[in-house]
Write a protein that binds this ligand. Structure first.
Ligand code: MEV
Length: 464
């Protein structure tokens, strides 16, 4: 249905605006998505282009996926091709707005594939954990709960049947006491197979509320999964001959040493560790977005893992072994290949098809987690290689030049040409981009009115 207002709606808007203060009607949240959009268009005097950018085919899906939907926010979807993970070639789909993320991942992924024989990964399995906090339990509650494990398991059989049929399901309970708080915490472990599993584990945890209250004599304060996902970890490592790391002005062995030192810096210094780990998550979050996974859960788990010693530290480890640099990363990763937004969103489905292009690779959450951790390690290696040699700004400014070109009005073939001009001149501001775009277009006009000859051709897509 086209986004337009008919007379009846006009009437609705004028009535609404008379009664609303300061701007949106009280029932705005409950309006159908198209009506909300029309209202905003009216109110903010948006032009159709501004509305279209947040609309499109996915509008109805957005309305189903979240409450009070207004539209969609498209982010670029790209691919970091040619990773080699456990002898499978993998092309990794990434949805991200930051310019250098895909370029950095691709660079290091291909370096490790071609010169290091690829990444090797392992995983712990897909066990999610929920916590049921019991307030003021009676003495002996731990024993009562542990002694009733069979009964508790039985309570969950129906809920967990779909997981059990797929080879997952119940994996036990544990009890621990918070003596100072006078609480008991029951940990419920469930193998959620290829689902991220938040729904199933929360349902199971809530089903234990009544039996646990009865067994403990306390009251359930809450029952909820832990996003720390401590039993859902993946690990990736690589080993690459030092000679392949050379970057001016440093030779390979010196680069290897500088990477190890950079990692030591991030293990010793919290402020650096945050940025170091943010860089690791650049790729992982982008993969989570592309595949419709919960990026906040993945981020929270990673940062909790970084603090597991009591101090917040770098997540990676690097060492020199003989004439090789070895790198390693372990992370908890609650990622799914089925369920949630992954099962609903057509872009997730596309991303998973790209990721699991190799038919010999099983399409599983375990595999997705292991690829994600290899990606995080690649992302970190690329960042460290740049940081300990020429710095990251050179690469970033190249990408920034393309954005400036777009912002100045350049389109299509004009963009790389203008970006190159900005790069050569070393000026990165909008005024310069406007000026150089005019020169580029004038140049093209002059050339096309003179005799045809070799030269730069921005094509026929000038904005008029
Ligand atoms: C930028 O998004 C990520 C880096 O800052 C990561 C790092 O410093 O390690 C380059």
């Amino acid at each position: 249905m086209a986004d337009r207002i008919d007379d009846r709606q006009d009437d609705f808007f004028s009535r609404t605006f008379q009664t609303v203060s300061p701007a949106l009607p009280r029932n705005f949240r409950k309006l159908p998505v198209r009506r909300k959009r029309e209202l905003l268009r009216h109110l903010l005097e948006l032009d159709p282009g501004e509305m279209e950018s947040s609309g499109g085919d996915l509008l109805d899906l957005a309305d189903v996926m979240v409450e009070s939907a207004l539209g969609v926010m498209p982010v670029p979807l790209g691919v970091a091709p040619g990773f080699l993970v456990d002898d499978h070639i993998v092309h990794i789909p990434l949805a991200v707005e930051e310019p250098s993320v895909i370029a950095a991942a691709s660079f290091a992924g291909q370096l490790i594939a071609r010169r290091g024989g690829g990444f090797t990964t392992t995983g712990t399995g897909q066990v999610m954990t929920a916590q049921i906090a019991l307030d003021q339990p009676l003495p002996g509650a731990e024993e009562a709960i542990s002694g009733a494990e069979r009964e508790l398991h039985k309570t969950l059989q129906g809920i967990l049947a779909p997981m059990t049929q797929r080879g997952g399901g119940y994996r036990g309970i544990e009890v621990s006491r918070l003596p100072e708080e006078d609480m008991l915490v029951v940990y419920l472990h469930v193998d959620t197979c290829d689902a991220m599993g938040a729904n199933i584990i929360n349902t199971a945890a809530e089903a234990l509320r009544a039996p646990l209250e009865r067994l403990s004599g306390g009251s359930v304060l809450m029952a909820i999964l832990t996003n720390a996902a401590p039993r859902r970890r993946a690990r990736a490592s690589f080993s690459i001959p030092l000679r392949h790391l050379a970057r001016p002005p440093f030779d390979g062995p010196l680069m290897g040493e500088r990477i190890v030192r950079a990692n030591q810096f991030a293990r010793a210094d919290r402020l650096r560790a945050v940025t170091h780990n943010k860089g690791i998550m650049n790729g992982i979050s982008a993969l989570a977005t592309a595949t419709g996974n919960d990026t906040r859960a993945v981020e929270a788990a990673a940062h909790a893992h970084a603090s597991r010693s009591g101090a917040y530290r770098a997540l990676t480890e690097y060492r020199i072994s003989g004439d090789h640099l070895e790198g390693e990363l372990e992370l908890p990763l609650a990622l799914g290949t089925v369920g949630g937004a992954t099962g609903l969103h057509p872009v997730s489905s596309l991303s998973l098809k790209i990721l699991f292009m190799d038919p010999s690779m099983e399409r599983s959450a375990s595999r997705l987690g292991r690829i994600a951790v290899a990606l995080g390690l690649a992302q970190n290696l690329a960042a460290l290689m740049a940081l300990v040699s020429e710095g990251i700004q050179k690469g970033h400014m190249r990408q920034h030049a393309r954005r400036l070109a777009w912002a100045s009005g350049a389109r299509h073939e004009e963009i790389p040409l203008l970006a190159e001009d900005l790069w050569k001149q070393g000026v990165f501001n909008l005024d310069a981009a406007h000026r150089l775009l005019q020169t580029l277009r004038a140049d093209y006009q002059n050339r096309s009115t003179a005799s045809p000859g070799p030269g730069r051709t921005p094509g026929d897509h000038h904005a008029s």
